[in-house]
Design a binder for this molecule. Sequence first.
Ligand code: SF4
Length: 256
Amino acid sequence: MPNFTDKARRLDRIRLALRRRYGQPTAAVVTHPVEHALRTVLSEEATDDQVDQAMERIRKHFVDLNDLRVSRPREIRDVLGTNFPRSGHKARVIPRLLDQVFKQHNSMVWDFLEKMGKVEARAYFEKLEDVRPFVAAVIARDCAEAHAVPVDNDVARVLGRLGILDPGTQSESGMQAFLERAVKASRAYEVHALVKCFAADVCLVGTPRCAACPLVGGCRSPVRGGKGRARKGKARASKSRPKKAAAGAGKKKKRR
Ligand code: SF4
């Protein structure tokens, strides 16, 4: 049974292997925290292209973010599209997130974040109802420079299959706390961004591309079948670099 130190070392080897494949991710400057939060919610189990397209549909359909805030989940789900990953769940979370912040600050501009410290910012979003800990972790990391390793379903799936996390017994907050102990603050963004990229490229939700997996040797998952198992030296994954380095990484936008 691997102990904490073993897992931390293995995680670092995973980071290095993924960096060789995808390159060093660059953290985006967040200039629009609300859009960053939306992208974070949308990015779970979705590719960057899917998130870009969903954001574009949201911009076209709703008058503004306030209109999105007061819209019904069913309408938001229809805009996301029924094929968009976890569209029903995301359509419920988005207005809940926007509405709770609006009611506390009477504004759709989250400039209150500028005055919050790391701990305060994370605690603020963690206390919101129906907002998962990984959303709070992304916002605290990217808008308040907190040390955070967000664990959404993608990170839990990949690191669960690789035997670093155990999503069956650990809570989302517990997995984040584990990774924040195991990963230095200076590498936290890189680890998260690379795992998200790998999750969207190779270690997919339904049918992972195990034959193209550079980490197959360390995989503990039963989904890694004989047919999918890569032979040493034969694995070929797409060399696509992450378009955006992390979940919800925002483009430069005008602050609202
Ligand atoms: S071998 Fe398959 S299941 Fe295991 S980490 Fe690689 S892609 Fe994921």
